[in-house]
Design a protein around this ligand. Structure first.
Ligand code: PPS
Length: 309
């Protein structure tokens, strides 16, 4: 999108503004997806990655952008200038996203890139195009505890004018618990990738671990990518991917998505970046009800989530 004569990502959104609406959801194999994605499902499912491509998979709001930035810096030896060559969704396309033209879809952007590419997805495991596993692509999955994930998604659905209206907080909790939000059930999402991680060599990370010890997690990603960077460069990557640095970085803070898509006067994309913000939103009764349901939905899963550090 940066080649001469081509419009930028932000300009494309500006041009498409009359077509921006809160798109309804439409199910694909039982998973509610933006109807634009559902309409283009066949080409998404048919996508054939190169074996050198890397997939970053998450439930929405689990730490995708953070991980994309870490990976880009690792792949470019910590070179901050190179990693400011374009905004996140252009450097690391969002596989299934489809928007009104001329906003490029994820597939449009991927077609213009040479492998190895870093590809973002929110698709649950069963909807990931099978080419990723057939070609033995590496994949990083990032999971975030349900309560903070839910809070972050609530604010995002308020500000992202292409997502369904979140409605009041109390009802939003119910929709999350019933798996009715875009990309479906958080519970199934985190469990299915957990079950599949050994079979497909998926690196399964936790947002809370990244907050607790970012250096340790950056090193884990580095090793998974078969890279060896100096201690100084790793330190630099940790600094460049802190919440504060990324919030100030126009190529990592989603300021490339202007109104009318992201209305940051409602809530910024880089909102708080904390573990435990859910305590500021759940009442004691809501927390109890959520925990009881959580026990049932996560029974036997044994995924070591932490809601506090
Ligand atoms: S998206 O739209 O699904 O791709 O969003 P995603 O990037 O997965 O998640 C956004 C939340 O991640 C927080 N974030 C960070 N936290 C800590 N450190 C860094 N560097 C960082 N970058 C993004 C972002 O603030 C969102 O969380 P909340 O809780 O809403 O602040």
């Amino acid at each position: 999108m940066s080649q001469e004569g081509e419009i930028t990502y932000s300009e494309a959104i500006e041009k498409a503004k009359a077509s921006i609406i809160r798109f309804p959801l439409s199910p694909i194999r039982g998973i509610p997806l933006m109807n634009y994605i559902a309409q283009n499902w066949d080409s998404i499912w048919a996508f054939r990655p190169d074996p050198s491509d890397l997939l970053i998979a998450t439930y929405p709001k689990a730490g995708t952008t953070w991980t994309q930035e870490i990976v880009d810096l690792l792949l470019h030896n910590g070179d901050a200038d190179v990693c400011r060559r374009a905004p996140t969704p252009v450097r690391s396309p969002f596989l299934e996203i489809c928007s009104p033209p001329p906003i490029p879809s994820g597939l449009d952007l991927l077609r213009k890139m040479e492998p190895p590419r870093v590809i973002k997805t929110h698709l649950p495991f069963q909807l990931v195009p099978p080419g990723f596993w057939e070609n033995k692509c590496k994949a990083i999955y990032v999971a975030r505890n349900a309560k903070d994930n839910l809070v972050s998604y609530f604010y995002f659905d308020k500000m992202n004018q292409t997502q369904p209206e979140p409605g009041p907080w109390e009802g939003y909790i119910q929709k999350f618990m019933r798996g009715e939000l875009s990309w479906g059930s958080w519970y199934d999402h985190v469990k299915d990738y957990w079950t599949e991680k050994e079979k497909h060599n998926i690196l399964y990370l936790f947002y809370e671990d990244m907050k607790e010890n970012p250096r340790r997690e950056v090193e884990r990603i580095m090793k998974y990518l078969d890279l060896t960077l100096s201690d100084d460069i790793i330190d630099r990557i940790v600094e460049l991917t802190s919440f504060k640095s990324m919030k100030e970085n126009p190529m990592a803070n989603y300021s490339c998505v202007p109104r009318p898509v992201f209305d940051e006067s409602i809530s910024p994309f880089m909102r708080k970046g904390e573990v435990g913000d859910w305590t500021n939103h759940f009442t004691a009764d809501q927390s109890k009800m959520f925990d009881e349901d959580y026990e049932k939905q996560m029974k036997g899963a044994n995924i070591p989530f932490r809601t506090q550090l």
